[in-house]
Design a binder for this molecule. Sequence first.
Ligand code: PEP
Ligand code: MN
Length: 358
Amino acid sequence: MKSDDIHNFSSQPLWGKRVSDTLPHVIAGPCSAESRSQVIETAKALKAIGVSTFRAGIWKPRTYPGHFEGQGERALPWLVEAREETGMYIGTEVGLAKHVEATLKYDIDFVWIGARTTSSPFAIQEIAKALQGTGIPILIKNPPAPSMDIWMGAIERFIEAGHTQIALIHRGFDIGLPRALRNAPLWEMTEEFRREIPQVPIYLDPSHIAGKSELIKPFLQIAIALKYDGVMVESHIHPNDALTDKAQQITPYQLSQCIDSTLQKPSGNSDTGTLQLLRDEMNGIDERLMLLLSQRRKLSQKIGEVKAEMGVTPFQEGQYQYKIGQLAQLANTYDIPVELVRSLYEAIHNDSVSIQDK
Ligand code: PEP
Ligand code: MN
């Protein structure tokens, strides 16, 4: 880490007060502001279930071109109207200085930095400068790649620009594997942020981690179990008609059911939440093991072909002994019982020899 400023930095409370010590702060709203009526209806329904903070994307950073890219500046008056109707705080994603300038004209209450933007130091620098002097809360999502440095670098840029109302949003990471979840959560990384910079609140974004509406509830339980300071959830009055992130949005009514059955009963549910979390993490590790094993078997096939061309037999005693010694050292480094590594390797090696025999 470059500077000590981050350790001396003391975040002010983002929203004045938390609802309670056990209930994380809930930010909710549609992935995108699509129309005036969609914004107003969603905001009213969310307000009715007790949500105080409204999100809606206006400039949508799409991974591929040719998709709905948001309504742009014309949607800002809809958010302002939602604030006037409901008294909620309103916020949107900014990715460029010109987005900041537009939102400031409408006196927006908070902004967040999207995952893709967090990865770009130029954009972060520009946004941090454009927001100088406003004092509005800035929530910084993790970058898509699992790099603590890129995320921390973005946070430091905001702090060095003089911002004090800062929070993080964990929205999961692209770890480049086939996976059940849209983005893999890395709980260890947010735990480390909590140890490093305990004064910065951390939010969980179950929507972009899960990618599916039916998985929002377990991740809300996890937010409780891991004592996240808040959650940011995508909620749309008619999810089936959503122009972006249709599969993961839930109605305000569904959100209230999730909140009733999880968030308001923290003690009764935290164990289930924690267990679910640990199982998810274990499933992710198992999937990575499977992927590696399948890559290894394909490589073994190639090696078999090369050996056949060279007239070398699949099993080579010297190579086998060398491998056993090397693995014993690795077992030591990674603190795995040597016997476990030996027996696993024997099974893998036998499979490999039989692949090459063919
Ligand atoms: C969003 O919040 O709608 C969004 C685009 O999220 P992310 O930056 O996490 O992909
Ligand atoms: Mn979204």
